[in-house]
Design a binder for this molecule. Structure first.
Ligand code: FES
Length: 368
């Protein structure tokens, strides 16, 4: 697949739909014609079927942070077919060999339909997914996905977005969805700058790839300059800037509060960890199958408390959008904090334990 194909499609809108633009349409038609003419010279592959389960094989592993805690995996379709296309900001829902479901941002080249690239930081005290990726996925290992999804799309000037320039902000492994955005912004000639922050230079993934953009990127590490303030993060945000940020919760909180009242600066962000609990009240959850009682603190999630108490509860995103932690409530009223469950599901007693809580600090009994 040649470079020409990368920009055959206009970037999608925030909802992922294609936009209609006359100039773009003419350009797209021209490129399409070229594409059709060149068809005989390309390796023809059948188009992927929507929603099929795609078996992926690990074809390469690379350490991409000097502290060796981040590895990049290159994945190819096990059957050799072309992979579904994606745009910057997309992620894969990946089912690991253990059955764990995890989300990883795509951080390779969107023009490459032969392989995907993801990167994973080792989290020693996490849920085991990153350890499995680091220690249990050698070259040749297989996993599955349903294909890319985009909850963090890049919308660009000239394609319906009012943005005049971009400010990218990445914290550590938060670079993964941002990396393809840099290349896209550069290719489209959009003015942009970036702050890339982390604990130390050694902990920053892809620092060589990011450094090739030169002065556009400021690399700032806590061990030398301290934790960046909102003013540091937003130092290059004149009116008309659109901010794309991905990083730890305190960084995103600082950015959001720093932009309060700035109606002419648009903010798009993606978390890679559970959001902080807001206005939580402590409560107790009972496990119906064992009678075990689990205390849930005011500032922790029910899922966190269950895991701390060694109660097996499936989970993935920890942010209320994947549905993996859906659990039936046998008794008690729920303070639903997600937008995923339908009213019939809620009426049927289901809740998302990663984000929802007991209403009014009541006791909940869970069908676990
Ligand atoms: S873990 Fe994804 S919705 Fe709860």
């Amino acid at each position: 697949m040649g470079r020409l194909d990368r920009y055959r499609q206009a970037p999608p809108s925030i909802s992922g739909r294609r936009r209609h633009d006359v100039v773009l349409g003419i350009a797209d038609a021209s490129v399409s014609a070229l594409w059709a003419v060149s068809g005989a010279f390309r390796k023809m592959k059948p188009p992927p079927e929507p929603n099929r389960v795609i078996a992926l094989t690990v074809v390469d592993r690379e350490v991409v942070a000097h502290d060796h805690d981040v590895i990049a995996l290159t994945l190819a379709a096990a059957d050799g077919r072309a992979l579904p296309r994606w745009h910057p900001g997309s992620h894969l829902d990946i089912t690991l060999p253990s059955g764990r479901l995890r989300q990883y941002s795509l951080c390779g080249d969107p023009a490459d339909t032969d392989t995907y690239r993801i990167a994973v930081r080792r989290i020693v005290d996490g849920g085991g997914g990153s350890i499995e990726v680091h220690d249990g996925l050698p070259v040749g290992a297989e996993l599955t996905t349903h294909g890319p999804r985009n909850a963090f799309p890049l919308t660009v000037p000239g394609y319906g977005s009012p943005a005049q320039r971009f400010r990218f902000i990445a914290g550590g492994i938060g670079i993964t969805p941002i990396l393809p955005m840099l290349a896209r912004a550069e290719h489209l000639g959009v003015d942009w700058s970036m702050l890339y922050a982390g604990r130390s230079t050694d902990s920053l993934p892809f620092i060589d790839e990011v450094s090739r953009f030169g002065d556009r990127v400021e690399i700032r590490t806590d061990d030398v300059m301290g934790v960046p303030t909102a003013a540091d993060l937003l130092s290059d945000c004149i009116d008309g800037t659109t901010v794309y940020a991905c990083g730890p919760a305190p960084m995103l909180t600082a950015i959001r509060s720093g932009l309060a009242g700035r109606d002419n600066v648009e903010l798009h962000f993606e978390r890679f960890a559970a959001p902080p609990v807001v206005d939580g009240r402590a409560f107790t959850a009972s496990v119906a199958s064992t009678g075990q009682e689990v205390f849930v603190g005011a500032d922790e999630t029910l899922l966190t408390a269950l895991r701390r108490s060694n109660v097996a509860a499936p989970y993935s995103c920890q942010q209320g959008f994947c549905g993996t932690c859906r659990t039936r409530v046998v008794a008690g009223a729920v303070d639903h904090r997600d937008t995923l469950l339908t009213e019939p599901e809620r009426a049927g007693g289901m809740m998302l334990v990663c984000i929802s809580r007991a209403a009014n600090g009541e006791r909940l009994t869970l069908d676990l």
